[in-house]
Design a protein around this ligand. Structure first.
Ligand SMILES: [Zn+2]
Length: 230
């Protein structure tokens, strides 16, 4: 009679399942890290903000140097002595003033960009530092996760070796029966606990109890699991 071996097989299978689960969990943790993803996203966002600001700053600077160039030309004409006509001189002066009026707000904008760029650069530096320290912390965590996975893999291989030995002692039709109930119920063997099925908790008839006690293959009439009398 191999109910004892079936129970042994079940203990082994349950341990294999839980080891598998732990290993999958550690692997998932190793591969996905929300914290790291967020830190990288923050850094990338600030970097693209900086790129956009630098582009705007460049465009603004071009406008300023364009106007400055025109002002230089007007200034030279005004003070070169070549233009004597008061009307022309007046219009040059007017042009200079109007150019200055165009340039002043652009210069203010330039100051604003400089401040924003400085702030963004500071922020990027902070995010880079945060990311670096997170990566070094995760490095230690990852090391221990790799170690854990390695240990679980060894344990799993040992359990599977043990399982092979256990099933050698079980007749194939009983193995099939076990597998069939396991597929349906998750747990195939139920220990008898104070006259009840240890899984569904129903009281067992004296006939069922006697059958199980004698070592014969007895099934719970309620959940159909194989009853095991320890
Ligand atoms: Zn039951």
């Amino acid at each position: 009679m191999s109910v004892r071996q079936l129970n042994q097989l079940q203990d082994c299978d349950l341990e294999i399942e839980s080891t598998d689960k732990l290993s999958a969990l550690a692997t998932a943790k190793l591969n996905e890290n929300e914290e790291l993803r967020r830190a990288k996203a923050l850094l990338a966002k600030s970097q693209s903000e900086l790129d956009a600001l630098l582009k705007l700053q460049k465009e603004n600077d071009w406008s300023i140097s364009d106007i400055t160039g025109k002002m230089t030309v007007a200034n030279e004409s005004l003070y070169s002595g070549r233009v004597r006509n008061p009307k022309e001189l007046g219009s040059l002066q007017q042009e200079l003033e109007s150019l200055k009026k165009q340039r002043d707000p652009l210069e203010e904008t330039a100051m604003g960009y400089m401040e924003k760029i400085e702030d963004t650069q500071k922020r990027i530096k902070k995010f880079e530092d945060d990311l670096k320290s997170l990566e070094s912390r995760l490095g230690a965590e990852h090391k221990s996760l790799h170690l854990q996975i390695e240990e679980l893999t060894v344990k799993l291989a040992q359990l599977k070796e043990g399982r092979k030995k256990i099933i050698l002692a079980i007749p194939p039709e009983e193995l099939n029966f076990y597998a069939e109930i396991k597929t349906r119920r998750g747990i195939a063997v139920a220990k008898i606990d104070k006259g009840t099925c240890g899984r569904c908790r129903i009281s067992l008839s004296s006939a069922e109890l006697q059958k199980a006690r004698s070592g014969k293959m007895a099934q719970c009439s309620s959940c159909s699991r194989i009853l095991y009398f320890e």
